[in-house]
Design a protein around this ligand. Structure first.
Ligand SMILES: [Zn+2]
Length: 424
């Protein structure tokens, strides 16, 4: 199980934006006769998915989702790794626990969740090159739920790649960025306050759950909750304008996180994660900065894992690379790295007296989310969700408060030094 499929009940905040984006269900006249109990209306009117299953074999595999009503779908496939993406309007997933963890036929696993405001996504991991033979939605009839059906058949890699290229070309031509999440407009920079902007970046979100703890905590939830505590602690100082790349259970592409920091003229970017390892004894926090070469094997493995976030959510790599391609200012970048490393060392110093850290707690790797050329950036792995003790601690208000306080201290030190060192 590489990417566990975890559906989180959609928050009301997440649904607030659906009114405009959600595609209204094509209400069949029979619906009126259907007993209300079989199709409970959700507050924002999202369709409800109650079950999903796979049938068939290695030659032909059918994927079926039960829904309370018809929805519009868009289905396409991407390579490396092979995966099939089903885009749908906002759906509330009320699937049985464990749905998607086991594969069958041409599908090794599937996952689902929010992709962008008003939109959900299902991603099927394929065992090899597949072709989408058919995809359709059957309306509900005589007490039977609506059925979303995708039929996959085996194909060759060249054929798969040809279909993918055609899909991406169409996408570009139509200007319809189906493969990219629609982000709400970036918050306007408050030019009145002369406060430096600190961007907190809770990792993962929506369809990308991140890692899952031994006792079942989900990384995307843990890091969002901690991000909110850190935001409050920073705001209490009155010294910063604090923004978050996400404040609900929404997927944000790695490049969009970087762009958010740059567009808001961030003076510092702090990404928050919680890792997991097969060795469940391993525990403690780690601070990462970007580096061309990973500092060690673990750092390399971590970067590989965290950089997959976009793939997990079914983004085409083309989209994912776009925002960091304009790294022209090498000088700025080099200077930025010096500041990032300075802050990371400072941060390790503060965290050391507050919480348990790993051996060699400052590490570096090619983390894509830290690639803003002009924003000093670090990524904090709060601890290991694979360790019982770490997982428990990360959920306590006391631990969160201590850790946030240490980070606030380090940020205070970073800015006082920056001001002191400013050339004019
Ligand atoms: Zn992570």
């Amino acid at each position: 199980m590489r990417w566990p499929a975890i559906a989180k009940a959609l928050t009301l905040a997440g649904l607030a934006a659906t009114a405009a984006g959600a595609v209204p269900a094509r209400a069949a006249p029979e619906d009126k006769a259907a007993p209300a109990a079989t199709a409970p209306a959700t507050e924002a009117g999202a369709a409800v998915a109650t079950d999903a299953r796979l049938a068939g074999d290695k030659a032909r595999t059918r994927f079926v989702v039960d829904l309370d009503r018809s929805v519009d779908i868009a289905v396409f496939a991407l390579a490396d790794p092979y995966r099939v993406i089903v885009d749908v309007p906002q759906i509330e997933f009320r699937m049985p626990p464990g749905s998607g963890e086991e594969g069958k036929g041409l599908v090794s696993a599937f996952r689902y969740g929010t992709f962008a405001p008003g939109r959900s996504r299902i991603v099927l991991d394929a065992t090899g090159p597949v072709a989408i033979d058919k995809s359709f939605v059957l309306p509900p009839i005589e007490g039977q739920p609506a059925r979303l059906v995708v039929d996959l058949v085996e194909t060759s890699r060249p054929r798969f790649l040809a279909a993918e290229a055609e899909y991406l070309a169409n996408l570009k031509r139509s200007g319809n960025a189906l493969a990219k999440a629609d982000r709400p407009p970036v918050a306007a920079v408050d030019t009145d306050t002369n406060k430096p902007v600190v961007v907190i970046d809770p990792g993962h979100g929506g369809i990308d759950s991140g890692t899952v703890g031994v006792a079942g905590s989900i990384e995307k939830v843990v890091v969002l909750e901690f991000g909110r505590v850190l935001k409050a602690a920073l705001e209490k100082t009155g010294a910063y304008r604090v923004l978050m790349t996400r404040d609900d259970d929404t997927f944000v592409a790695l490049g969009d996180r970087v762009k958010f920091a740059r567009d808001n003229h961030a003076a510092l970017f702090v990404s928050i994660h919680a890792d997991s390892l097969s060795d469940d004894d391993f525990r403690g926090a780690t601070v990462y900065t970007v580096g061309d070469k990973p500092s060690d094997d673990e750092a390399a493995a971590l970067a590989e894992k965290e950089n997959r976030a976009d793939i997990v959510a079914g983004l085409a790599m083309e989209d994912a690379e776009g925002d960091v391609a304009d790294i022209l200012f090498e000088l700025t970048e080099r200077e930025t790295r010096v500041f990032s490393v300075g802050f990371a060392r400072n941060l390790v110093g503060e965290l050391k007296s507050a919480i348990k850290l790993v051996h060699n707690p400052h590490r570096s790797a090619g983390l894509r989310v830290l690639r803003a050329p002009d924003v000093p950036s670090v990524l904090v792995e709060l601890g290991y969700l694979s360790n019982v003790q770490d997982e428990k601690l990360m959920a306590t208000p006391e631990w969160r408060e201590r850790t946030a306080t240490a980070i606030v201290e380090a940020i205070g030190g970073f800015f006082s030094r920056r001001v002191a060192q400013a050339p004019d």
